[in-house]
Each structure stands twice: as C-alpha cells, then as structure tokens.
Design a protein around this ligand. Structure first.
Ligand code: PGA
Length: 254
C-alpha cells in the first residue's frame, strides 16, 4: 500500500508573518493525521523559521525549486545541500518553472539526480498544456516528461521519487481534472512508464500525486481512485481549513 502524500505548494505567496501563522494554524490538526504524509512548500526565505516550527511534528518541509550544481558562481540560485539543510522535499519541474523560467526535461533530470544525492525527496511535476490536451497529445507529453525526468536513475533511486501529475489547464483555473481523467493518466500513462523503466515493484511503490485545482470539495472524490496517491495543492494550501480538509480526505481514503 502506498501511503498518501499531500503537499502544499505555496508558490510566491505569504509574508513571513503570514507563513508562520498558517503553519501555527495547521499544526494542531495535521500533527495527528499520521496515516498521510504531509508537507508544506513555502518560498525560500521562510524555510529556516518554518523548519524550526515543524521540527519533531512529523510535518515535512519542501522547497519549490533548486539548482543542480553543488556550489559556485550561480547568482540567485540555491544549491541542493542548502535546501537539504532545512527540507525533506523539493518540487522540481513545476509547469510554471518550465513555462516562465525555461526549465527543460534535461535540467529537471539534473535536479532530480542532485536532489536524490543529498537525500531530498524530489516531487517531479509532469503534465500537458491545454493545447497539447486538445490535440490528443496527453499521453505522449506525460510519457516524455516522466521518462526524461527520471532518466539514468536506478530502481532504488526511482523508488524515492514522487510524481505529481498536474495538467497545466487545471492549475489555478478552478477546473480540476475529473477523478476519471486523472486516474486514466496515473494508471494508464505514468505507472506503465515507471513499470517499463524500473520494474513492477518499484512502479507500484512510487506515489503519483494529482495537482490542479484540488480543493476541500473535490479531494475525496479524487482520492477515491486507486492510483491517485495524494495531491500537490496550490491555492487551497494557503488556507488552513482547506488544506486540513484535503489531508483529512486523504486519510479517509478507503
Ligand atoms: P492549484 O495549483 O492547486 O492552485 O491549481 C497546483 C500547483 O500548481 O501545484
């Protein structure tokens, strides 16, 4: 059985004070929900103070990006070891990074390897755009992103990765994929690629989150699907009651 994993992607939101308030609100409720792996991914400047707040709570902390090089002349970048000092997770290859910051399958793959090398759990994001979806290219795009993102990994390394399927047309639009649509991609596209690359046991062990307009209302229906192993939550992770409700829905997954 795969343990459900719900992570909050705060993106570029919250002041430092708001960030600490949100975590303080989440803590009492989320600490006890141990059947679900749960984490928050705030902006870089808040990682230090939030890691102190979260220490020993069982709630994880993640960054939203990092560079693949260990150190050096890369102005404005953050190295894997710097992230690993405070975090357990790192979101990699989010569609906003691919679209606005020109990340490619190749650089995302370098980041996945660098994250694993320092003991971070990479959350590798894949997903097709609206145009690709409408052109019937979903399987092709998701297959390519998954395959190239994980290229060169051993099965042991791959087993430590989390995949987030996030159709770009569903992100921040209020128009989530239906549970059937997401299940079809998770079970019909992503997991078969994992099986082909790493074998059946590893393919079965890897968590595949769904992301894109997940909210307190649609979470339970999404989590009722056998291959939707949690969620990467954007907008709804910025409000404590909503994020708590989504984690509770994952805990109730039958
Ligand atoms: P959303 O974002 O939940 O606001 O759609 C999800 C994401 O981009 O990870």
């Amino acid at each position: 059985m795969r343990k459900p994993f719900v992570a909050g992607n705060w993106k570029m939101n919250k002041t430092g004070e708001e960030a600490r308030l949100l975590v303080a609100e989440l803590l009492p409720e989320l600490q006890s929900i141990t059947a679900v792996e749960r984490a928050v991914c705030p902006p870089f400047p808040y990682l230090v103070s939030l890691s102190n707040m979260l220490a020993g709570t069982g709630i994880g902390l993640g960054a939203q990006n990092m560079h693949w090089e260990a150190s050096g002349a890369f102005t404005g970048e953050v190295a894997p070891k710097m992230v690993a000092e405070f975090c357990q997770y790192v979101i990699l290859g989010h569609s906003e990074r691919r679209a606005y910051f020109f990340e490619t399958d190749e650089t995302v793959n370098k980041k996945v390897k660098a994250a694993l090398a320092v003991g971070l759990t990479p959350i590798l994001c894949v997903g097709e755009t609206l145009a690709e979806n409408e052109a019937g290219r979903t399987a092709e795009v998701v297959t390519r992103q998954t395959r190239l993102g994980l290229e060169g990994l051993t099965p042991e390394q791959a087993a430590r990765v989390v995949i987030a399927y996030e159709p770009v047309w569903a992100i921040g639009t209020g128009r989530a994929a239906t549970s059937e649509q997401a299940q079809a991609v998770h079970a019909g596209v992503v997991r078969p690629v994992l099986r082909e690359l790493f074998g059946e046991p590893v393919a079965q062990a890897i968590r595949i989150q769904y992301g894109g307009s997940v909210n307190a209302k649609n979470a339970a229906e999404l989590f009722s699907m056998p291959d939707i192993d949690g969620a990467l939550v954007g907008g709804a992770s910025l409000k404590a009651p909503d994020f708590i409700a989504i984690v509770k829905a994952a805990a109730a997954r039958g």
